[in-house]
Design a protein around this ligand. Structure first.
Ligand SMILES: Cc1cc2nc3c(=O)[nH]c(=O)nc-3n(C[C@H](O)[C@H](O)[C@H](O)COP(=O)(O)OP(=O)(O)OC[C@H]3O[C@@H](n4cnc5c(N)ncnc54)[C@H](O)[C@@H]3O)c2cc1C
Length: 433
């Protein structure tokens, strides 16, 4: 029998398993996919000799202490994404190359909008559960917050595009303003730090850190868990292959959108069931595109466009390798050259699209979505209970993090907390016996 079975080998599960092993606990990790890393995946682009991140990429160690700690522990090398040398903006119904995203006539409005978001960010005590603070008025649709603050024109499009769509992978109507503003709070009450967020990445990919964390762990790949039964003396974990494994306790480290696919006995709390049924809203499309003829180190943002972001990550002899983000697979049909060309041309006119690649996180049964975007009201109704221990089960995933839900940071934070809670539970059980 194991002390702990950890279900899921993303950053949260690996942190929990590693920390529990460090405390001398006997741990087994069960992972559904044939690889570790979960919603991070560093892999090769088709036949090109180029590796890219298909999932989680950028970190902000200055403001993200959990990921900073891991980077230091494993001496992981970081690098900067390239700075755009040529920019393009599609806001307020007009396109323009270079310059500033909003017209001069709106600079004062932009200044006021940034001041408003920072003022609300300063109300947040980052690191303490949001739902335990007096912030309920912010747990409303982000577009309602934009209306309330009378943010309009290109400035509104910039906020909708960057704050809602790019940062959360959803329409601003579908994400809680509290979630958006919490990221400004977490990044030192700076809207600029958030805008500058996609800057620092792992020089050798997230794989390097993930592999270092997993190095001494007992991990079984390609082992989806089907049921977790804690009605007996010990917890029984049943895999899809029918194997039954016993542990004193279990860390459930799968995304909240997939809790519903595991049979829990007894059933999860009503709040957890509601959360996994409603799902967190993040369903972005992250696209890699090989182009020729693009301006060198290009970067574009847009609103009411199929992609909201397109920027060059690598200049190669074969052309520019660009990364794009969009909020809807309907607008960016990765099966159709016509759709991809149309989407790319909105943000980078006249370029030739050679090839493109993506990973379908939204239809993947082991993620059912991309990164966390809490729907309006979910933080106050469901976020607290989503973190609660249930008997001998503890929950770890970026989706239930106290701070940076939606980031690698949040996953590590939740895994570290789960390991602490689990260790305390096992110690108190041992004392009781
Ligand atoms: C496209 C994209 C872009 C992103 N960009 C960034 C970024 O730039 N910066 C950033 O910080 N974050 C980013 N993120 C978010 C970040 O990747 C995640 O927050 C983080 O990796 C989540 O880690 P996790 O351990 O909570 O969950 P996951 O990584 O999803 O890990 C859960 C694991 O559980 C496994 N699993 C699921 N069901 C079962 C089952 N039944 N049995 C066994 N195992 C199961 C899964 O296979 C997976 O390995 C991005 C995510 C995506 C998808």
């Amino acid at each position: 029998m194991f002390d702990v079975i950890v279900v899921g080998a993303g950053f949260a599960g690996l942190t929990a398993a590693r920390d529990l092993s460090d405390k001398g606990r006997e741990v087994l990790v069960l992972e559904a996919r044939d690889r570790i890393g979960g919603r991070t995946h560093y892999d090769t682009l088709g036949d090109l000799d180029q590796k890219v991140e298909f999932g989680g990429t950028w970190v902000v160690p200055r403001y993200q202490p959990f990921v900073a700690h891991e980077i230091e522990r494993y001496n992981t090398e970081l690098m900067l994404s390239p700075t755009a040398e040529n920019s393009f903006w599609v806001f307020g119904g007009t396109s323009k190359a270079g310059g500033f995203p909003v017209p001069d006539s709106e600079l004062a409005d932009l200044e006021r909008a940034v001041a408003d978001i920072i003022a609300d960010a300063k109300r947040i005590s980052f690191g303490e559960p949001f739902e335990q603070q007096h912030l309920q008025d912010l747990d409303v649709p982000f577009d309602e917050w934009l209306d309330k603050h009378e943010i309009s024109g290109a400035t509104r499009d910039l906020f909708a595009s960057y704050g809602g769509a790019l940062c959360f992978g959803v329409d601003p109507a579908a994400v809680s303003a509290l979630h958006v503003i919490s990221w400004v709070a977490g990044l030192g009450n700076s809207a600029w730090e958030l805008f500058n967020g996609p800057t620092i990445k792992f020089a050798h990919g997230t794989t390097e850190l993930v592999s270092a964390m997993a190095a001494d762990l007992d991990i079984r790949l390609s082992t989806p868990v089907q049921a977790i039964d804690q009605t007996g003396e010990t917890v029984t974990v049943t895999t899809a292959a029918g194997e039954r494994l016993q542990a004193r306790a279990v860390v459930v480290a799968v995304p909240l959108n997939v809790w519903k696919d595991i049979t829990f006995m007894p059933a999860l709390s009503d709040a957890k069931q509601a959360f996994t049924t409603e799902e967190q809203a993040g369903k972005a499309v992250k696209l890699w595109v090989q182009t020729t003829g693009a301006p060198r180190y290009f970067g574009a943002l847009g609103w009411q466009t199929a992609l909201q972001w397109l920027s060059t990550e690598f200049e190669r002899p074969e052309g520019s390798i660009m990364v794009g983000f969009g909020i809807s697979a309907d607008d960016v049909n990765v099966e159709s050259r016509e759709s991809i060309e149309a989407a790319v041309h909105q943000l980078c006119p006249d370029v030739e699209v050679v090839d493109w690649w993506t990973e379908d996180w939204n239809n993947d049964p082991y993620s059912r979505g991309t990164w966390t975007a809490f729907r309006p009201g979910q933080i106050y109704r469901l976020h607290g209970p989503s973190r609660a221990q249930e008997g001998k089960l503890t929950f770890a995933t970026a989706d239930v993090a106290v701070g940076f839900s939606g980031w690698i940071e949040g996953a590590i934070e939740s895994g570290a907390r789960a390991a602490q809670d689990m260790d305390a539970l096992l110690s108190s059980d041992a004392t009781a016996q």
